[in-house]
Design a protein around this ligand. Sequence first.
Ligand code: HEM
Length: 537
Amino acid sequence: MQTVLLKVLGSALSALGAYGVYKLFKFVYGELTSSLRYLPGPKSSSWIYGNFREIFDAENSVLHEQWVKEYGPTIKYRGLFGVTRLYTTDPKALNHILMHTDVYQKPEMTRHALGRVLGEGVLIVEGEKHRRQRKIMNPAFGPIQVRDLTEIFVQKAIQLRDVWAAETAKEGSARIDVLSWLSRMTLDVIGLAGFNYMFDALVGEPNELNQAFSTIFQASTKFEVFPLLQAFFPPFRLIKTQRDRQTEAAREVMTRIGNQLLKSSKEAVVQAEKDHVNGLQSRNLLSLLVKANTAANIPDYQRLSDDDVLAQVPTFLGAGHETTSTGTTWALFALTQSPEVQKKLREELFAVPTDTPTMDELNALPYLDAVVRETMRVHAPVPSTVRVAVADDVLPLSVPLTDLKGVTQQSVPIKKGQLFIVPIVAMNRLVSVWGEDAFEFKPERWQSPPEAASVVPGIWSNMMTFLGGPRACIGWRFSIVEMKALLFTLVRSFEFELAVPSEEIGKISSVVQRPILKNDKEAGNVMPLIIKPYQRE
Ligand code: HEM
């Protein structure tokens, strides 16, 4: 028996070894013959990590932005185990990548990492499945639907205002971690607006789903090798880390709650149809999706299965909650750094004679709009994303590049398997578009945005914040109005100051770019502000 076992083990190890040698050979051959081998770019600083560690230490895009200054808009650098990554801020090349979703897709490792948390929702799936999901989902995110949801945004912003007012009541001011409170508020909003579900995160202790989510999405402040090994080498995924177990537990909670929500949504849609009403219960995203999916004019082959609909619950939670809370956190941070902007914004907001504005009233405020745009430009919550070419292609360039052999290239030949970083915040802060002060927070620049911005291939406001093309963010209108409702309510009620010196605030990115305290990384993702009730003269 023992001999048989040893033989099986021996064969398995030999097969694994042969597979490893084959992969290594394929990789080395691919690199030696790569069409990118003469592209300019920084030297790799490690055989194992490539340029990864310095990128991790340099707050995401800052280092890339320096490289672009040094080597030009289209460069290559090394990722883990020396894998070549192509990085370009050339708008024509990026437009090509974003528009050709049949060729440029999310890499398997990204889909694995996101999928184990969020399931097979619209954020993860590719090809025909994506087109089908997106088609049924698009109508739920239109301007009319978001207008209907504004009441929820404003109600929840007022509830947060009241919680903070109570915090400041004793001493006249309070030190508050605004990130955690905004995160509770946006969770409540996506619960209600997404599925008519009450998380009640703004009252009492976080409930089980809230807790599960916070654990998964807490960005790691340390450089960890094992998750990278799992991402690159699927066999490592068989080894379950504590984080994997937490994620699985969270997924179970989400599936359980998701099933209940889907059942209630279906019942609410049927009831609303019977009663010929369009009540709030059936005005949430999930019910709109259920309604669209059951509409008589949809052919059966285009309908989503229950599993597909269910997968959108964690997708909305994951994609629509921390992104908006982080964006609003950076907006408040920016206001603490520009007291004159804070004052000017408050003056504009006080001109509105109601505490409960509609979407149209919020959208009619030009300075609020400029503050939101400028925050989304400078502090884009998702700083970059990734794509892989699933077929050979040719990438067109608007700025020709001179390769290491001195040859000028108008385009770059791309081989199947090539990884790309899609720069979001770096595109939003291009000096060639926004001028020398591109890194500074100046809402006034939106009075006359530069002509040059029109080449940036973004779905919103000539920025990449919500990406562009068929995979652009579906929830951009939702989040912009939610942020406006929050800023409207909070800036009218409080004055904001940073509770620590500004140099102490750092950024750390795990999909979403959140604040940390550089001198106290153990504190996790926090943004401590001193808030004082605003006394109107
Ligand atoms: C400030 C807030 C937000 C930001 C910065 C943001 C940003 C993004 C970005 C950059 C992507 C593309 C990711 C990629 O393909 O690599 C994306 C996709 C997506 N976002 Fe958002 N998002 C925000 C809010 C929301 C909200 C509120 C929702 C839903 C309620 C939402 C739902 C989605 C979904 C479902 C996708 C996948 C779309 C697809 O692949 O077809 N997002 N978002």
